[in-house]
Design a protein around this ligand. Sequence first.
Ligand code: TYM
Length: 353
Amino acid sequence: MDNSKKEVILSGIRPTGRLHYGNYFGALRHFINLQEQGQVCYYFIADYHALTTISEREDFYRQTLEMLRTYVACGLDPNKSVIYRQSDLPCTAELTLLLGMITNIGFLERGTTYKDKMNKLVEDNDLEGNPLSYGLLGYPVLMAADILIVRADKVPVGDDQRQHVEMAIDIAQRFNYRFGETLKVPAAVSREALRLPGLDGAAKMGKTEHNTLDLLDDPQSVLKKIKGVQTTTDPLPLDTDSNDPDVIIPRMPTSLGVLYRLLSLLAPEDVYLDFLSKYRRGEKFYGTLKTTLAKYVSEFNAPIIERYNEPGNNDEFIISFLRENAKKVTPVALETVETCRQAMGIGHSIYRA
Ligand code: TYM
């Protein structure tokens, strides 16, 4: 591909535990596609961001390495993509500080993650001293710094991160307005971005919600988890001839919706359509739906588990490519920070010169 036509892609995932199907279909599969298209890809593990929720200090570093092993097992290639740890690029923290100077508190208080946590405290009458951290309020500024520091054109994320990317766009535009065209403004998140529901029927599959199907789940756990999905609800009339999962699934009870969404992502189209016509006819078929889906999920997981366990995919390998890739992203990032310092009037860093 002609280098001038290449796009700069950036995205990250917090090391909160094992990767789940929401992470994969919302984000990772796009990471891999873009990598294979030959774009300039920066993918990182957001360990600074995870500090807003992490409580198990001992597990933190281990979880970070395990997530990276899973990245590799899924097909991310440290020779094709620059894969690094957020904290190995500490100038991100400097850019966060600079961006923080032009970001209003009121703007950050409208962030849904912060707002939801705040509402929960109000509901529980637990607001004394406002126990929410400065880090949580500033989460979108750190995320903007991640994106803007490599001059990303595109940020592949799931639908739940849409608002954060919009906030990054807003912060970049505000910076450019105040200090002149300095930062690259990334594109908005694509309209097709996915939000995979949880196995418990909640609107979102998420680690903290304990409702995930994981890429490293073995066939037994897959079957157990899928069998546990509630299907006692009667099907709702679909009122449409469309077979498009985006049209159909919101019309189903949510726990059935997650099964159909997964089927549409993993099974051949005729299998998905066959189960859809059973649904339309109101047949009792949930037992076979679940065992069929469990089979496809386990088949999908098998090669990932195999590559995860390959002897070469070990800590030594991970640490060596992290070192190499941190060296690749650092000059790009430092250049952005220096440009911002100049634009804001601080001037170049003397010790870096
Ligand atoms: P995180 O770690 O919560 O999730 C990582 C990626 O997985 C996607 N995702 C989902 N997509 C669809 N359905 C779901 N149920 C689902 N659950 C998770 C997320 O949308 C995300 O793309 N703040 C980010 C990490 C981050 C980041 C960044 C991302 C930090 N800096 C800069 C992009 C650019 C986060 O917490 O993702």
